[in-house]
Design a binder for this molecule. Structure first.
Ligand code: ADP
Ligand code: MG
Length: 246
């Protein structure tokens, strides 16, 4: 499995959000899409999920353009959006049954699939609880279980841990890493929180809409001279015009 993003530029009217972005992701494992607020992470996700039409460039999955085989290729993606999209007044089961039916999963298969994915997230005992009664971390786990119901091989998560406490963030991140190992799932995890990144993770660092680093996270250390990833991230994304004439 290979996802290739080739020369993507995207503008909202006069505001350019992505500038000639290219990279490719290979089969399996945890990949991070790093960038501060406004870097273009969500815009890129919206193009990958075809919420927005490409303005220029090309995205392919296994060399097939997402423009040409949208339904088939979209079926291979599981998505957790930046904002939660669960209905708080429905139970976990109701939310997931609805999603299963949207994906054409038969009613006979839906409940077993829901139970399998919830138990992988250690949420099987919350099936009949209203989402409103779950804490933020548990809601996110339900969203991850939901994104996996139709058995995608690629999962996109857009800042899934924002607003969660550090322990909950850590446990969610570890759960997703475990899924990568168990299923050979390819994950693209967008974040600006460097605690979620290991130095040997493959990363794409976006800054002001352009790819600044495409390599291992340790490359941030090499390029910034910092000795930890958090400092490196700040150095690489806070002073972009350093040294440039005013
Ligand atoms: P990120 O997810 O990394 O925070 P976004 O993709 O949301 O970045 O935003 C990239 C840039 O595009 C920012 O400058 C943002 O203000 C702008 N932008 C995002 N969505 C819209 C929109 N719907 N209309 C106009 N500008 C937008
Ligand atoms: Mg965003």
């Amino acid at each position: 499995m290979t996802i290739t993003v080739e020369n993507i530029s995207f503008s909202y009217g006069p505001r350019q959000a992505l500038k000639d972005v290219s990279f490719s992701l290979n089969t399996g494992g945890f990949h991070a899409l790093l960038g501060p607020n406004g870097a273009g992470k969500s815009t890129l996700f919206s193009l990958l999920t075809r919420l927005y039409q490409l303005q220029s460039g090309e995205i392919t999955i296994d060399e097939k353009s997402i423009k040409l085989q949208p339904a088939e290729l979209m079926q291979r993606l599981g998505v957790v959006f930046q904002q939660s999209t669960l209905d708080l007044d429905l139970t976990v089961k109701q939310n997931l049954l609805y999603h299963a039916s949207l994906h054409g999963i038969s009613s006979r298969n839906a409940l077993p699939r829901i139970e399998t994915e919830l138990s992988r997230m250690e949420m099987q005992d919350r099936l009949d609880d209203k989402v409103r009664s779950l804490n933020g971390g548990h809601r996110r786990r339900v969203e991850i279980a939901r994104a996996l119901l139709h058995q995608p091989d690629i999962m996109l998560l857009d800042e899934p841990t924002v607003g969660l406490d550090p322990q909950t963030r850590r446990s969610l991140n570890q759960h997703v890493r475990k899924l990568c190992e168990e299923d050979n799932l390819t994950v693209l995890w967008a974040t600006h929180l460097m605690e979620e990144i290991n130095s040997d993770d493959p990363v794409i660092l976006l800054h002001k809409g352009a790819v600044k680093i495409n390599g291992k996270a340790s490359e941030l250390l090499n390029q910034s001279g910092a000795n930890n990833l958090t400092d490196a991230f700040h150095i690489l994304t806070e002073n972009p015009e350093m040294g440039a004439p005013a």
